[in-house]
Design a protein around this ligand. Structure first.
Ligand SMILES: [Zn+2]
Length: 239
């Protein structure tokens, strides 16, 4: 089982851990704790390195499997053995861009719900680029410009972002979480992590976010598309 350090500190760029197991055939290392984000909720996984006894190994993919985080090791050097101490270092430039992008998408989602009552049906992102699908019947150029102005106004308000881990029963009492389909969470999940852009948006979310919307930068709506009668897709870029 890997302790998920990124859940409580998304700004952790380096960390010390112990290797629980090394699987040479899969080229996977499992650590007792990790700051590497394994991907999920539309946010891609982190990249970086693990250093063990003076040797630095590239981490080219990270994935969650049950309660473990799998660190996939690039090149073909023999893997270090279980029990060794490891130092993990994230590709911080990439991770921070993904944090800005993820928060930008929550600003978009919160703003569109507040102003138009439109719910999100899906989303995806890569560093500094993202897309989100909304239940919107019609989408026009002037509406898109209106949304772009409103999301940038929210970013400029320097809203704080708060992350909490709540018991399931407590989270289910929060009306804002119910609208984001918290009821779809599998029954086995005892705790719910919530991400709140104070005054704008509250969601059950496992991703990594910036501390304050002012860190996001400026958001541009670069395109929009109809994805069926009800679904409209909005594409954004962050600068
Ligand atoms: Zn999210």
């Amino acid at each position: 089982m890997t302790d998920l350090l990124y859940q409580t500190d998304s700004y952790l760029q380096e960390f010390e851990a112990k290797i629980i197991s090394a699987l040479p055939a899969e080229r996977v290392i499992i650590l007792d704790r990790s700051a590497f984000y394994p991907g999920g909720g539309g946010q891609p996984c982190d990249f970086g390195t693990l250093t063990v006894e003076g040797v630095t190994y590239p981490v080219t993919k990270v994935k969650k499997q049950g309660e473990d985080v799998l660190h996939f090791i690039g090149d073909d050097a023999p893997l270090p053995s279980a029990g060794s101490a490891a130092r993990g270092t994230l590709d911080w430039a990439r991770r921070h861009e993904l944090m800005r992008t993820h928060t930008a998408l929550h600003v978009l989602c919160g703003t569109v719900f507040r102003d138009y009552g439109a719910l999100v049906t899906g989303g995806d992102m890569e560093p500094l680029k993202g897309r989100m699908d909304f239940e919107f019947e019609t989408m026009r150029g002037d509406l898109v410009r209106e949304i772009e102005a409103a999301v940038n106004a929210e970013v400029a308000k320097a809203r704080e972002i708060q992350v909490r881990i709540l018991p399931r029963a407590e989270a289910f009492q929060i009306p804002d979480l119910i609208r984001t389909k918290i009821n779809l969470l599998p029954e086995g999940i005892a705790q719910v992590r919530t991400v709140e852009i104070v005054g704008l948006d509250l969601q059950a979310d496992g991703g990594t976010h910036v501390r304050n919307t002012k860190e996001v930068g400026s958001i541009r709506v670069v395109d929009y598309k109809s994805k069926g009668a009800i679904n409209k897709r909005i594409y954004i870029e962050i600068k």
